[in-house]
Design a protein around this ligand. Sequence first.
Ligand code: NI
Length: 181
Amino acid sequence: MAILPVLKAPHPRLTKVSRPVAQFDRALEELAENMLETMYAANGIGLAAPQVDVHLRVVVMDLHQEDEPPAPQILVNPEVLQASAETATMSEGCLSLPEAYEEVERPARVTVRYQDLDGVTHTRECTGLEAVCWQHEIDHLDGVLFVDHLNRLKRDRIIQRLVKEKRLARRTRDGAVRPAA
Ligand code: NI
């Protein structure tokens, strides 16, 4: 198992569309295990493969309550089959957008389909946080971030802050390797 680096916005590879998984093999299991470890290490509740620079339709999630045991979920080729006309608004965050939290409006209920690590297909209905998480993670597989659902002004403000932070981090790193005069 390994903790993988998480791509941070704005990064061009976060906007790429991921391709479906065709092979249910040991490599897929390993990817899912590493994604779960990465998600837990970052205190996340969901992570999509493109966030760790693997452009395959794989998502991991764990929505257990703090007083419950861990409940890891591995979703291969997940898709939304049906979405309710009724919407709900919830505050969202993302491991690829550090420290950005904004209210996003999405369908309140979704019917979803996915495959497990053995390639077996499952269908279920989700509401509440689960419905939000499914939609947020499936968006990643299509190169969409939650800020893309916000108005332009809010989105740009968040992205500009991240650009500035990246620039600052780079400068600090460069400064550290420069020999003292
Ligand atoms: Ni995310």
